[in-house]
Design a protein around this ligand. Sequence first.
Ligand SMILES: C[S@@+](CC[C@H](N)C(=O)[O-])C[C@H]1O[C@@H](n2cnc3c(N)ncnc32)[C@H](O)[C@@H]1O
Length: 286
Amino acid sequence: MPTHSASAGSSKKSATYVLGTGSDESVRLGLQHRLWSAATHILWERAKIQPGQTVLDLGCGPGHAAMDLAQIVGPTGRVIAMDESASFLKQLHDNAVSRKFHHVERVLGDVQDMESVLPGEQGQVDAAYIRWVFCFVPRPEDVVKGLAKVLKPGGRVAVQDYFNYERCLTLAPRREAFTKVINAVAASWRSRGGDTDIMGKLPGMFLKNGFRIEHLDVVQRMARPGSSLWHWPNSFWQTFVPKLVETGFITGEDMMAFNKAWEEASADPGAFIQLPPVFELVAIKD
Ligand SMILES: C[S@@+](CC[C@H](N)C(=O)[O-])C[C@H]1O[C@@H](n2cnc3c(N)ncnc32)[C@H](O)[C@@H]1O
């Protein structure tokens, strides 16, 4: 099965990952992947990911995208799935074993230290995919520098991430209790070195580090109560809002007011939510 599982000792270890790696988060990531898989597949086509390639999935989580990528590159290709969570990688391993995907490799390590984590892969990778990871890392430019080294000339990187998160993520009609919690979400990510505006900075970082930008666009969606997409934010509130209370970003009363606002909106056929826009970028290494 997975051919290796390497661990990198980093002197610049990040703070504990803000969303956590519990089983509830793993299930949420599965639903999220399902709801975003159509946009993701279009992006992979833009990045020309195809059979036989070596593809890196950075911050792969439990591997929902990595397993899809494994189907696309096929047994003549390789998927190198990297994450700093051993428990997420174990789930990917179990899934890959049960599906006999021998070409999925797990790598335990920090995406900000790619050169030391993947010493044997420098200049060998055809494409890299990184979704909802840049917004959580304190040293995003180190990820871009690592990509510049690990990709072959002409290799592509496909990114999906956030910009303008807390100003766009809005319940309609507006509710103050909701807005307060969204601002706390952004503050909690920033407190661990994350950045809900990261996509505003990434094109410049890629250009500065030897890439051309082939594609830059945004997918803006909204959801109405009762739709499958309504469950995307719903699953995030369930897993993350209690953590905001535990970490002191909101009070228990704030959470109760938020839950009431969400329940009322969920029962209101006239309500909708503007979801956080997902920006996408494909960059090619010169
Ligand atoms: C929101 S999840 C996204 C998972 C996956 N990319 C997806 O789209 O389903 C973020 C992932 O990044 C990982 N992560 C966060 N910081 C990391 C770092 N510095 N190095 C490696 N993985 C990291 C987390 O463990 C988590 O699995």
